[in-house]
Design a protein around this ligand. Structure first.
Ligand SMILES: CC(C)(COP(=O)(O)OP(=O)(O)OC[C@H]1O[C@@H](n2cnc3c(N)ncnc32)[C@H](O)[C@@H]1OP(=O)(O)O)[C@@H](O)C(=O)NCCC(=O)NCCS
Length: 234
């Protein structure tokens, strides 16, 4: 039996941005929390496009795509951010002097989070990261999405493995926020949940009112993977 992968990994180019944004949105459609983040999938896709335009090509970001060999279709992608020492110092300085980052912690390449649930979650995540990475070099896994018709073919595994190799080469820990849909794949690849945020989505879903309409408890997992290599000595 031929076990050769049916897909290949490649660097993202700017021309891929519309497809990446589309995959991000369709992969998140079953996720009730994302349904509360944006009024419509079109608005969501527009925000993801803007975010990617500010990230792709920036030296602190890495974006990788998976292409299905048979069809040539871009089927999955992931991104990682390695903040520079100067960016970490600037963030820590702001946190220490409590100069709020205009409320939602948006740095370069950051997401323009709408008010309400997205900002509440973003602020909690930013506090966690600041506490765990103060003054320390680290990587962030910021995105991992497979277009639904290509899921369960190993593309997600290949992307997570690639990011973990990058972190091992640089001897850096990787931090991420995992959704209930996303966290099993990270757990499988040795990420540990070190903190979590439980949210009752009914409190944020105005349409739920007295009937929860499928909204309920939702856990954001804050996860960490330590490198399997010793820190570099200078
Ligand atoms: C998470 C996601 C990227 C996985 O992509 P994928 O290409 O289907 O992943 P793989 O085929 O490599 O499967 C990887 C592992 O993920 C887990 N997994 C994938 N789909 C799953 C599902 N429906 N239920 C439970 N576990 C699942 C399994 O542990 C699987 O390992 P296996 O090799 O034992 O089957 C994809 O399901 C997705 O885009 N989900 C929506 C967006 C999302 O949650 N992204 C992560 C944000 S935190």
């Amino acid at each position: 039996m031929d076990n050769a992968p049916t897909f290949e990994l490649a660097s993202v180019e700017r021309k891929d941005i519309p497809r990446l944004a589309h995959i991000h949105v369709v992969a998140c459609l079953p996720d009730n929390a994302f349904g509360l983040y944006f009024a419509t999938p079109t608005e969501f896709e527009m925000k993801v496009t803007q975010m990617l335009e500010s990230q792709v090509g920036d030296p602190t970001w890495q974006h990788l795509k998976v292409v299905d060999k048979k069809t040539g279709v871009l089927a999955a992608w992931a991104s990682w951010n390695t903040p520079s020492d100067a960016q970490i110092r600037e963030r820590d300085g702001k946190a220490a002097t409590k100069i709020a980052d205009s409320g939602n912690g948006k740095g370069k390449g950051g997401f323009d989070f709408p008010l309400g649930l997205p900002t509440y979650v973003q602020e909690d995540t930013a506090r966690w990261l600041e506490k765990w990475t103060r003054g320390k070099r680290h990587m962030l896994c910021k995105a991992l999405f497979t277009e639904p018709s290509f899921q369960r073919q190993g593309m997600g595994n290949a992307l997570v493995k690639y990011g973990n190799q990058l972190a091992d080469q640089a001897s850096l820990p990787i931090f991420l926020q995992g959704s209930p849909f996303g966290y099993p794949i990270y757990a499988k690849h040795n990420f540990e949940t070190v903190q979590y945020l439980d949210v009752d989505l009914r409190e944020w879903a105005t349409s739920a009112k007295s009937n929860d309409k499928g909204y309920g408890n939702y856990r954001f997992r804050y996860m960490l993977r330590l490198p399997w290599t010793l820190p570099k000595t200078s």
